[in-house]
Design a protein around this ligand. Structure first.
Ligand SMILES: Nc1ncnc2c1ncn2[C@@H]1O[C@H](COP(=O)(O)OP(=O)(O)OP(=O)(O)O)[C@@H](O)[C@H]1O
Ligand SMILES: [Mg+2]
Length: 237
């Protein structure tokens, strides 16, 4: 079943067209990756889906419902959670308070407690540091916190914008393993990554974005083997 569909979506910043007639689907249970160079429109696409940025054309359908004009908060209630680029956590709040914020739209206390435990299992570091101010956590730890906070919404669809950014190599492996784990536990994932190699290896399907338009789509495997993708995004000719 299709969980998310973007149908000819365009997004502008003033007169700058960042995303143009973009169509994509994310099926329930999938990990779908969006790769592309700096400025290709990946973050803008994520913002359009989470409702941070209004679209200037096209339609966004989530779980059978047209959410094109729906407010961001409502989309969270519908089951869309985003871990934004640059780990925008709340620096003055503790780790635990940050995680609680992720669950703000929920009322199921038992479910929230369960998910907190799950987040602590996925990221033991967050459990160790639950009373530390978010802003004093290391870069990699803040990345874990941003992902953990998004998971606390118990989303149907998890939007991850550059989860491996700024992480040391051993943490990059770990983050990608955790993404697979989260997916296997039932969460659908849309993943934006500069680390195309890892992203393609871990996703069921992927789209390549160039200057706001999708230029290629396929399974992760297909794109990993695609000569032009290799040359442009995998650093091998
Ligand atoms: N707030 C803004 N105002 C004006 N232009 C913007 C704004 N945000 C993004 N843009 C422009 O829109 C285009 C797409 O940006 P976007 O952030 O979506 O790219 P990206 O693919 O996420 O890149 P990166 O890999 O560097 O994160 C870029 O040309 C960018 O300069
Ligand atoms: Mg970006």
């Amino acid at each position: 079943m299709t969980l998310l569909e973007l149908d000819s979506v365009s997004v502008h910043y003033g007169r700058i067209r960042a995303v143009h007639n973009l169509s994509l689907t994310v099926g329930e249970g999938e990990i779908v990756a969006l790769i592309g160079a700096n400025g290709a429109g990946k973050t803008t696409t994520m913002r359009a889906i989470s409702g941070i940025r209004p679209v200037s054309g096209g339609k966004i359908i989530f779980n059978g419902e047209d959410i094109t004009r729906m407010r961001g908060e409502k989309r969270v209630e519908r089951g869309i959670a985003q871990s934004p680029e640059g780990r925008r956590i709340f620096p003055g709040m503790t780790v635990l308070e940050n995680l609680d914020m992720g669950a703000y739209a929920r009322k199921d206390k038992d479910g929230i407690a369960e998910d907190l435990e799950r987040v602590f299992e996925l990221f033991p570091r967050l459990a160790e540091r639950k009373d530390q101010a978010g802003g004093t956590m290391s870069g990699g730890e803040q990345q874990m916190l941003a992902i953990g906070r998004a998971l606390m919404a118990r989303p149907k669809l998890l939007l991850l914008d550059e989860p491996s950014m700024g992480l040391a190599p051993q943490y990059i492996q770990q983050i990608f393993r955790i993404i697979t784990e989260i997916n296997e536990q039932g969460t659908t994932v849309l993943l934006v990554e500069q680390n195309a190699q890892q992203a393609l290896a871990r996703s069921h399907r992927a789209y390549v974005l160039e200057t706001g338009e999708i230029v290629k789509a396929g399974t992760g495997k297909e794109l990993l083997a695609d000569p032009s993708v290799k040359e442009a995004y995998l650093g091998v000719g």
